[in-house]
Design a protein around this ligand. Structure first.
Ligand code: ADP
Length: 161
């Protein structure tokens, strides 16, 4: 059984993340999405909210599990008996950072490999940050994320005003 973890902030998840999860769920027996609790960042959604959102929008994919985590991705992978870390690659701008992370993780944990899924072209521009920026100006979010996530973003931004 090949288990992969897909760590990230997912603040909140977008169609780009969901595309990676869906495609990875075909290639691996199990995908554990790791939602990072990073005390240095102040996310829009709490880690529990981000986990709940992801659980809702992935409930139709039977081999996907969502868990919060803190600290190093390689430790999260080990705790979950995974030998693969999945990351998404959008453009060359992602590449340098992702390569450095993958190489660092290889030094820390040579038994764990990073596998990159290149983004589907229609989501190449998309990030949680861009979605939040458009949301903050009241723009149409329907191309960025499923309705459950759009509702959550609108609710949260309304509450924070
Ligand atoms: P992080 O803060 O760890 O980069 P993100 O939630 O921004 O967390 O991203 C998690 C992973 O998903 C990263 O590997 C990122 O490159 C990937 N990703 C984000 N948006 C997209 C997208 N539109 N298409 C493909 N991969 C994406």
């Amino acid at each position: 059984m090949v288990i992969a973890v897909y760590p990230g902030s997912f603040d909140p998840a977008t169609y780009g993340h969901l595309d990676v999860i869906r495609r990875a769920s075909v290639s691996f027996d199990k995908i554990i999405v790791g939602v990072l609790h990073n005390s240095a960042k102040s996310p829009l959604f709490s880690v529990e909210e981000r986990v709940n959102i992801l659980e809702k929008v992935t409930k139709d994919i039977s081999n996907v599990e969502v868990k919060p985590f803190e600290g190093l991705s390689v430790n999260f992978a080990r705790e979950n008996h995974a030998h693969v870390i999945v990351r998404g690659l959008r453009a060359v701008t992602d590449f340098e950072y992702e390569l450095q992370m993958a190489q660092t993780n290889r030094v820390l944990a040579p038994d764990i490999d990073t596998v990159f899924m290149t983004t589907s072209l229609e989501y190449a521009y998309l990030s949680s940050t861009i979605m939040k920026e458009v949301a903050s100006f009241g723009g149409d979010l329907s191309k960025f994320a499923p309705p459950e996530i759009i509702e959550a973003v609108k609710w949260k931004m309304h509450k924070e005003k």
